[in-house]
Structure formats: C-alpha cells, structure tokens
Write a protein that binds this ligand. Structure first.
Ligand code: ZN
Length: 188
C-alpha cells in the first residue's frame, strides 16, 4: 500500500513537471524533501490508521464482551424466568392437587353423608312401616268388627249383607273368637 501510494505520487509529480530532464537539481532536491515529507505524513497517517484499527479492535472486543455479557444476562434471565415458571407450575400443580384432594374429600364426605342420610331415612321409614303394621295388627286383633246373625250365631261375617242377614249384630272379632265362632267361608 505504501509503495503504491508513493508510485502514484511519483507519477503525479512527473506528470506535473513533464520531463525529469528539465528539472534542476534544486528542484529535484526540493521534490525529494517533499517526497520525504509526504512519506512522513503518510507514515503518520498509517500509524493513525493503525491506531484507529487498534481502537476498532478494542471496541470490537468490548462489543464482543458486551455481547457475551448480554447473552449471559439473557441466559441468566431465561434461566431465572424458567425457574420462576417452573416454580409457578409446581405451585399450580400443588394447588390443583390440594384442590383435587379437597374436592374428592368433600365429595366423599358428602356421599358419606348422603349415604348415612339415606340409610337413616330408610331405616326410619322401615321403623314407621313396621309400627304401622304393628298398629294394624293391634287394630285387627282388638277392634275389628264382624257381623253375626242373632245372639246364638256360630258364624261371623265380614260383610253385614252376607247370607241375607236381616238384623245383623256387630261384635268385635276378639269377642267372636272367644265365643267359639268361625269365620264365614263366603265372605272371608
Ligand atoms: Zn258371610
């Protein structure tokens, strides 16, 4: 690069002055000194360029470092967010699990309750029906009324119109049984 620039300069100078033979020694010396000056300038420019290049390199290194740092930071942030997301997910899972457990336990307890309610209600209804049956039996034995024909009847009837009774008498079944009467085979 340095050589090319010098060559161009020399060509330029020759071009300006046309013929090297026409140049005097003073002029030549002047030109030489000018060339040296230019050379110095060039070298200073080159050193400046090198400086700038070094600066650029430094900047690039800094940039790289910054990028690495940024990447690291991003990575760290990503990790942190991932960890946070994981923690959140776990918390959610736990919550869901606890909710599920609570829900299932609630369901269980409610079903238990309903079962117990059902069994108790069915029990109470059974008791009631048993009581009703018992009371019916008591009514049957103690206060069911039957019909007989006259005071010396041997047969009792459940219907007052059975066997064309004209003046039927109503007595309790218990009394009829204790009197040795039999049930009418037509109406019983
Ligand atoms: Zn009868």
């Amino acid at each position: 690069m340095k050589k090319i620039v010098l060559f161009i300069l020399v060509v330029f100078i020759f071009g300006v002055f046309g013929n090297i033979g026409a140049i005097s020694s003073t002029d030549y010396e002047n030109l030489i000194s000018e060339q040296k000056e230019l050379e110095n300038e060039l070298s200073s420019i080159e050193s400046l360029i090198q400086e700038k290049n070094e600066e650029i390199l430094e900047l690039e290194q800094e940039k790289e470092l910054a990028l690495v740092a940024a990447a690291k930071k991003v990575e760290e942030e990503k990790l942190a967010s991932e960890a946070a997301a994981k923690a959140q997910e776990e918390a959610k899972k736990q919550e869901t699990a606890s909710t599920q457990t609570a829900g299932s336990s609630t369901t269980q307890s409610s079903s238990n309750q309903s079962t117990s309610t059902q069994s108790s209600s069915s029990q109470s209804s059974t008791t009631q029906s048993e009581a009703t049956q018992q009371s019916e039996a008591v009514v049957n034995e103690t206060s069911q009324m039957v019909w007989i024909k006259g005071s010396d009847a041997t047969i009792y009837h459940s219907s007052s119109t059975c066997s064309r009774m004209k003046t039927p008498t109503q007595i309790t079944l218990e009394k009829a049984n204790t009197s040795g009467m039999r049930a009418c085979q037509k109406c019983y």
